[in-house]
Design a protein. Structure first.
Length: 214
């Protein structure tokens, strides 16, 4: 088994310390840092994403795999920055105003990072203005909104309207998700994409960023 396969395997098993050591060993032995990311860490997280989508693993396994991914990514970060390698895209993500639920949002963040995307996590109870301001200031390709309460779904429509007002609607995709949200609601408010789970959200975001030339 190659060291890149070892990184992927250990990431899937959530062995964070082993992943960290293997990533450092790979770089020290001359493997290109971008290769370590794209052929070691990201494929491992993709497997976890697929298995999660198919109900073969659950939230705890995703969390430990994501922790291993993050530890490996921290080792690579300075090398990638020196080489001028940027993330595949940038997303601002948050749970909408009036809603304090964050487990789903955190899963989406991990899955998106597992696709090589940079995520600006705004946390919970995020106002429409904060989403828009962050998208502009941080040059994000995507605004991703989560809601778990039916009473807060309307805030998502405000985000869409504020994006139009700010003149960024043509260059920023708006993704929505959460238990009470569905495809019909997505179409009704004029958002770009609804996904039913974290793995699908990450795939859609990666697709958008690729098509937008992030």
């Amino acid at each position: 088994m190659s060291i890149l396969e070892e990184i992927s395997e250990n990431l899937q098993k959530g062995r964070a310390k082993v992943v960290k050591e293997l990533v450092q060993n790979a770089v020290d032995s001359g493997v290109d840092p971008e290769t370590v990311l794209k052929e070691g860490l990201l494929p491992g997280m993709s497997v976890i994403g697929e298995r999660f989508k198919n109900n073969e693993v659950y939230v705890p396994e995703v969390l430990v795999a994501a922790r291993a991914m993050n530890m490996g990514a921290q080792v690579l970060k300075p090398y990638l920055e020196r080489a001028g390698i940027k993330a595949a895209g940038k997303i601002c993500l948050g749970t909408v105003q009036g809603d304090l639920h964050d487990i789903g949002k955190n899963l989406v963040k991990m899955m998106m990072e597992g696709k090589g995307l940079e995520v600006v996590d705004l946390g919970t109870d995020v106002s429409p203005d904060t989403f828009i301001r962050t998208a502009i200031d941080q040059n994000c390709q995507i605004i991703a909104c989560s809601a778990l309460l039916t009473t807060t779904m309307g805030v998502m429509e405000e985000v869409v309207n504020k994006a139009v007002e700010a003149g960024i609607r043509d260059r920023v995709k708006i993704m929505i998700g959460g238990a009470p949200v569905d495809e019909a609601f997505c179409r009704k408010i004029g958002a770009d994409c609804y996904t039913p789970d974290a793995a699908s959200a990450a795939e859609a975001a990666a697709g958008f960023c690729a098509s937008m030339g992030a």
